[in-house]
Design a protein around this ligand. Structure first.
Ligand code: HEC
Ligand code: HEC
Length: 335
């Protein structure tokens, strides 16, 4: 057991990053192992946010990076549900990766602080994921978004040109950063959640003031003129069949609140310039998540260890015969 734990810690602290980009240990961790790995991960040194990346067109592998930028910012047109080659239809909805992983000041995909940026992912992965109770590679994490955030999409094969390009792009972003260190500005902004149930009714009113002009009535988005041919939107849908499914990170009320708080309405940014209060973001997120979206089959197998379950994932199978607990997982209050 001790030897095994040492091995896992090596994986997590990425002594051999190259070998761990695509595949990682397939072992399911026990509660004790997971706690140990999380503790070690949290204790990593913290580096400053990186905001400039140099001229991407000067990179020796620019062609590959250019393809990654296209995949991220035009997911619909490159691997979307209506692309010409049926084999390339990996993504199942009308979102782009950059619909959530927003461009930063550099205008590169996934470089906006607190919009789940990709800047430090090469240092952050492999990483323990409670959703599988495994240590996951960066490729596996990408596929987590492929099969949830991109609706019921298909995972990108680990050896595909697409996955290799994405990883090459993440490596480009991480150039000059401290290997194996955490970074300020990654993930989503931490907030203190209101100590009350979120109000779908308040949220609906706030939605019509702050969101509807772009995301439209009932949050169905604004389809482009070429929608029937290419499934593209001018403004992304937050609900319905063309949006993220109910197994996606964004379908969790806390995650959606944190994303909306520092990123929406479009133009809002982290701490210095949020446009909504946390209270408002919480209610508007509850309204958005009260709407219909694709069902992720097999959600009951997510988070197999109840001790490591997030409190904002309303999967009915987690709460047999307990409507009250299910409702609380959906709309809070949370600690
Ligand atoms: C509906 C919104 C959405 C879309 C679309 C989306 N993601 Fe994500 N992604 C998220 C959220 C939310 C997280 C988790 C952020 C957190 O909890 O810190 C995440 C996390 C990630 C991570 C790990 C980041 C980290 O800091 O650990 C990677 C890598 C990633 N996504 C890649 C992609 C790629 C590639 C695509 C397009 C194929 C994509 N995502 C599409 C919402 C989205
Ligand atoms: C000025 C137009 C505009 C307004 C107003 C706006 N958004 Fe957005 N929103 C966008 C755009 C554009 C994107 C996609 C980002 C991109 O492509 O750069 C987006 C992305 C999103 C996403 C992630 C992608 C998806 O479809 O799920 C969520 C969630 C979201 N917005 C919620 C909101 C909420 C809630 C409000 C109101 C508080 C709001 N937005 C107001 C333009 C807007």
């Amino acid at each position: 057991m001790k030897q095994y734990l040492t091995f896992l810690l090596c994986v997590v602290t990425s002594f051999n990053l190259e070998a761990n980009d695509a595949t990682s240990s397939n072992a399911v961790l026990s509660s004790a192992e997971a706690s140990e790995v999380m503790k070690l991960y949290a204790a990593r040194p913290l580096q400053e946010w990186k905001s400039s990346y140099g001229d991407i067109t000067k990179e020796p592998n620019y062609k590959q990076l250019e393809y990654a930028v296209a995949l991220l910012s035009n997911t619909v047109g490159t691997i979307g549900p209506k692309v010409q080659d049926p084999k390339m239809r990996y993504s199942a909805n009308s979102l782009n990766c950059t619909s959530c992983h927003l461009n930063g000041e550099s205008n590169l995909p996934g470089t906006k602080k607190f919009a789940a940026p990709f800047t430090n992912v090469m240092n952050d992965y492999p990483k323990f994921e409670a959703r599988s109770m495994k240590v996951e590679s960066i490729a596996e994490r990408v596929n987590g978004c492929m099969t949830r955030s991109q609706g019921n999409g298909k995972p990108l094969p680990l050896e595909s040109k697409e996955m290799k390009s994405l990883i090459a792009y993440f490596k480009f972003l991480a150039k000059g950063t401290q290997p194996h260190s955490a970074m300020k500005g990654t993930g989503l902004q931490k907030v203190a959640f209101p100590d009350r149930k979120a109000s779908v009714k308040e949220g609906k009113d706030l939605y019509s003031i702050y969101c509807m002009e772009c995301h439209q009535k009932d949050a169905v988005g604004l389809r482009s003129a070429t929608y029937t041919k290419d499934a593209s939107y001018n403004f992304t849908p937050l609900a319905g069949n063309d949006s993220f499914n109910n197994g996606a990170g964004m379908s969790h009320l806390k995650t959606a609140t944190r994303f909306i708080y520092t990123n929406m309405p479009l133009g809002a940014s982290e701490s210095d310039k949020p446009m909504l209060s946390v209270e408002q973001a919480y209610d508007v997120a509850a309204y958005v998540l009260s709407l219909e979206r694709p069902n992720k089959p097999g959600r009951e197998y997510d988070f197999p260890n109840p001790n490591f379950r997030p409190d904002d994932y309303p999967v009915p199978a987690y709460f047999p015969d307990d409507e009250v607990a299910l409702e609380q997982a959906k709309y809070g209050p949370f600690q």
